[in-house]
Design a binder for this molecule. Structure first.
Ligand code: CP
Length: 317
């Protein structure tokens, strides 16, 4: 089991710890404004990215984040690795652990797989998405994006719309937002609403799309076809798009729009809104890299290395 601090679930972080990571991400964003976007902060450290489920944003941003902090970064994917020959997750982690990595970033299609992987390594483990369970760094980058866009999180109302049932983005996002004092609602067809939504997560729920009117932020969720088996959750995608798809026609002036990507254009979000520069979708992607730099730095440093002086040194060229 890892003796280092890991990030498996967003609920493991207190409000103060989340604030610390968002503040740290602000500092790393300074690096991205320089001509040379690289610091020696993690020189001599090894980061192994293990992606056993498809990813564009999370995989590239973790790789870039590690490289921009001068870590040695290795990428292992399910396709092309010995996983294809039947090697188990346990044996894959034990094998990679032999290289004494400092961080393992793990994405897996099975809920709970990342926590299981953490039992077989001394490295800090970061959950890059495990099934429909959790996506903690997505939650952090969403908080970072919102804090920058609105200047606050406390009291903000975020409505997640669509396939909440299969969404690790909504689950981790709701927990993180509640921790920071925001109000969260889920607006979804009844078949795509988790039973524990109101009781377990403390969010309000509705199946009436008009209830997004009160929200400051409308967060469109991807219809996650790969987790729906034989389907039957909605009569048809066309009907779903008509009843729950987010477009300009549903928004009031000033409402912010988010989507974690990848998007099903014409289903949960209209083409026009997906391309609208006022939507925060591209900003979320930009936030991903600096937030992941902050998470890696934070997990590998002791509290003494998080003083203002130490952080200034960490972002110094
Ligand atoms: N938001 C997100 O996790 O995207 P990827 O699946 O492309 O990593």
């Amino acid at each position: 089991m890892s003796s280092r601090r890991s990030l498996i679930a967003i609920g493991d972080l207190s409000r103060d710890e989340i604030t610390r990571m968002l503040d740290l991400a602000e500092r790393f964003s300074e690096v991205m404004r320089r001509d040379i976007k690289k610091v020696p902060t993690l020189r001599g450290r090894t980061v192994i990215n293990m992606f056993f489920e498809a990813s564009t944003r999370t995989a590239t941003s973790f790789e870039l984040a590690g490289k921009r902090m001068s870590a040695d970064v290795i990428n292992v994917k399910g396709s092309g690795s010995s996983v294809e020959k039947g090697e188990t997750l346990k044996d894959t982690v034990l094998t990679l652990n032999a290289y004494q990595p400092d961080i393992l970033v793990v994405r897996h299609r099975a809920a709970g797989a990342v926590a299981a992987a953490a039992r077989y390594t001394q490295a800090a483990v970061i959950n890059a998405g495990d099934g429909k369970h959790e996506h903690p760094t997505q939650a952090l980058l969403d908080l970072y994006t919102l804090r920058r866009a609105t200047g606050r999180l406390d009291g903000l109302h975020v409505a997640f719309v669509g396939d909440v049932l299969h969404s690790r983005v909504a689950r981790s996002g709701a927990i993180a937002l509640a921790t920071m004092g925001a109000k969260v609602s889920f607006v979804s067809p009844p078949t795509l609403l988790p039973r524990e939504a109101e009781a377990g997560l403390g969010v309000s729920t509705s199946s009436d799309i008009r209830d997004i009117a009160d929200a400051d932020v409308v967060y469109a969720l991807r219809m996650q076809h790969e987790r729906m088996g034989n389907g039957g959750f909605v009569p048809s995608l066309r009907e779903y798009a008509t009843r729950y798809g987010i477009g300009h026609h549903r928004l009031r002036p000033g409402q912010l729009v988010m989507h974690a990507g990848p998007m099903n254009r014409g289903v949960e979000i209209t083409d026009e809104l997906a391309d609208d520069p006022t939507a925060l979708i591209t900003t979320q992607v930009e936030s991903g890299m600096v937030v992941r730099m902050a998470v890696m730095y934070d997990l590998l440093t002791e509290s003494g290395a998080r003083t203002p002086e130490a952080v200034a040194e960490a972002v110094a060229a």
